[in-house]
Design a protein around this ligand. Structure first.
Ligand SMILES: O=C(O)CCC(=O)C(=O)O
Length: 298
């Protein structure tokens, strides 16, 4: 049975046992995920092994690139415990600082507070569709720099289109988030700040979201290509989640990007410090292109 939980995103699926699911059942889940973007399965209580086995039905699993993992036998399972500061209370899609951000995440709720610690998800296709035509057109021609600064690694950077096309549904999704996105590549720092502030707030407008209250043993899975999520930091008890993520793809823009990167070599002044990270990223990208070219030589 499928129970929709909000107007634009989220559904609870009951009468299903994930450990014994058939290949046909997996195909049904893929279709449901394309429709609802985040799915919840109650009363599953999966072991670490069952969690990993279920995840592998959807693709290759990846280890978290920056955070430690407690399970020696299963490096793909990553755990967040609130008592150790593991609480993702800024809106994000997973691993967008990587060239190939995870396409999907599957979360196992191990321990949750009686009250509080809900998670919210936002539908980033609905958020894009509801923008005005001029702003849609502008965003479709832009790209943005993301970094792993929240994990203490600001030097890990990647550039992605501001609007990506979902490879399965063909829908357009806004692909900038509060947690990992730093800068619109084609704009000055102050223009970028204004647009990113607007877009990242817009995505989280209540009408694009669902808010989920957890029970232990629930499995949630979401599509990172067309959603963002965050946890409400409003509790004092322990909260532990375990997660596996499916290896990512390359976010595809709607059309070839239109404008050059905003780089200014003249008029260097105090505000140029805001361009440093972007310039460093572009420098690294050019160096890697050069070394690729060298590698191609016999
Ligand atoms: O703890 C949650 O509910 C969500 C965790 C999260 O944000 C993540 O795994 O990226």
């Amino acid at each position: 049975m499928i129970k929709r939980l909000a107007g634009t995103i989220g559904a609870e699926v009951s009468d299903i046992e994930l450990p014994s699911i058939s290949e046909e059942g997996i195909e049904d889940i893929k279709e449901l995920l394309a429709e609802h973007l985040v799915l919840f399965f109650l009363n599953q209580h999966l072991s670490v092994e069952q969690h990993v086995t279920f995840g592998r039905h959807f693709g290759k699993l990846e280890c978290h690139p920056n955070l430690k993992n407690p399970f020696l036998n299963h490096p793909e399972v990553f755990e967040l415990a609130a008592s150790h500061g593991g609480l993702a209370d800024e809106w994000h899609s997973d691993i967008t600082f990587d060239q190939h951000p995870s396409i999907m995440s599957i979360l196992n709720m191990i321990q949750c507070p009686e009250v509080g610690g809900d998670t919210m998800w936002a539908n980033t296709c609905a958020a894009f569709d509801a923008l005005s035509q001029p702003l849609q057109n502008l965003c479709e021609g832009l790209s943005a720099l993301h970094d792993a600064e929240p994990h203490g690694k600001p030097e890990i950077t990647a550039v992605h289109p501001v609007v990506r096309v979902h490879p399965v549904t063909g829908k357009k999704a806004l692909f900038v988030n509060e947690h990992f996105t730093r800068r619109i590549v084609e704009m000055s720092h102050s223009e970028s700040r204004m647009l990113l502030d607007y877009l990242t707030r817009w995505v989280t407008s209540p009408k694009f979201t669902v808010r989920y209250h957890w029970q232990e043993g629930t499995i949630a899975m979401w599509d990172n290509r067309c959603t963002q999520h965050f946890v409400l930091n409003d509790f004092n008890q322990q909260r532990i989640i375990q997660r596996v993520t499916i290896v990512g793809d390359t976010p595809e823009p709607v059309a070839p990007l239109q404008w050059p990167a905003y780089t200014r070599v003249e008029n260097v002044g105090a505000t140029s410090r805001f361009d440093k990270q972007l310039n460093d990223h572009l420098g690294r990208a050019i160096m890697s292109l050069d070394s690729n070219a060298r590698d191609d030589k016999p």
